[in-house]
Design a protein around this ligand. Sequence first.
Ligand code: UTP
Length: 226
Amino acid sequence: MKVIFALGGSVLMPKEGASVEKIKEYTETFKKIKDMGHEMGIVVGGGYTARNYISVAREFANEAFCDEIGIMATRMNGMLLISALGNYTIKKIPENFKEAELIMNLNKIVVMGGTHPAHTTDAVAASFAEYIDADLLVIATNVDGVYDKDPRKYDDAKKLTKITTTELLDLTGSASISAGSSSVVDPLASKIIDRAKLKTLVVEGTPEEILNAILGNHSGTTIVSE
Ligand code: UTP
């Protein structure tokens, strides 16, 4: 199948930075999935690098400029994955979907980051998934699924194992779009998932859960269109 992963930058690039072990674990998992015969793309987030740079730049620059800095951080993180994927990919971060599709047509894993200001890499992943008619979008992030309210703020938040795209829009629609902000699914991504009727999974961004998402035994949230 054709599958697009949105790999949260915060799982790949936490405050303590990248590690050889971690990059190896993720890239071995992605290679394994590719070897199963899937066509795939990975859209990498900016993580701590993006947040750190944005928080300093915001003192001097507007949101769109901060977004551009965030996009550069996502591409740096993507280059790290590329460095460890060898000939499973090519040494180029595509900057638009036409370039990305060409890489996929070479039977290589597409690794990309952000594209334009005012959204996150979740929206890029959803939009690219729509562009190539993907069978599945996997949002691998720093929470283990979609909750009825923010689990980092509310102890009684409940994980939802299955939700409709309408429920997803209700839950994420009011999230902020300022540079570096974070909601479990970016509001623009939710809208694209809804209009494209994309089968989408939100899972914890560990290598195990990424593999489980493909094997069909993940413990995250399945988003279905009505
Ligand atoms: P991320 O996609 O990493 O956003 O992009 P995030 O919500 O902080 O996600 P995690 O924590 O990495 O999972 C980082 C920032 O880069 C800019 C935005 O400012 C975003 O918050 N960005 C990224 C864009 O403006 N456009 C893009 O296409 C991608």
